[in-house]
Design a protein. Structure first.
Length: 72
């Protein structure tokens, strides 16, 4: 795969290179995210997880994943 078919994104402050036309669902699967226990933000916008398969990442996107932790 050449560089024309790749994009660079930032996930929780770390740069990653992924394929062009890479969906947020693909990323969640790759990172083994427990979808029901995280909030996902792309470029400072919280994502509705019902649309996760329809959201495709773009070069330079900044993704933040926040895990919910119980406690008191």
């Amino acid at each position: 795969m050449n560089n024309k078919n790749k994009i660079k994104i930032i996930v929780n402050g770390k740069q990653m290179t992924v394929k062009l036309k890479y969906s947020l669902k693909n990323l969640a699967d790759k990172l083994k995210l427990p979808i029901t226990k995280v909030a996902i933000e792309i470029n400072r916008e919280i994502i509705n997880k019902k649309n996760i398969k329809k959201i495709f990442l773009k070069n330079g996107d900044k993704i933040e994943v926040v895990h919910f932790i119980g406690g008191g």
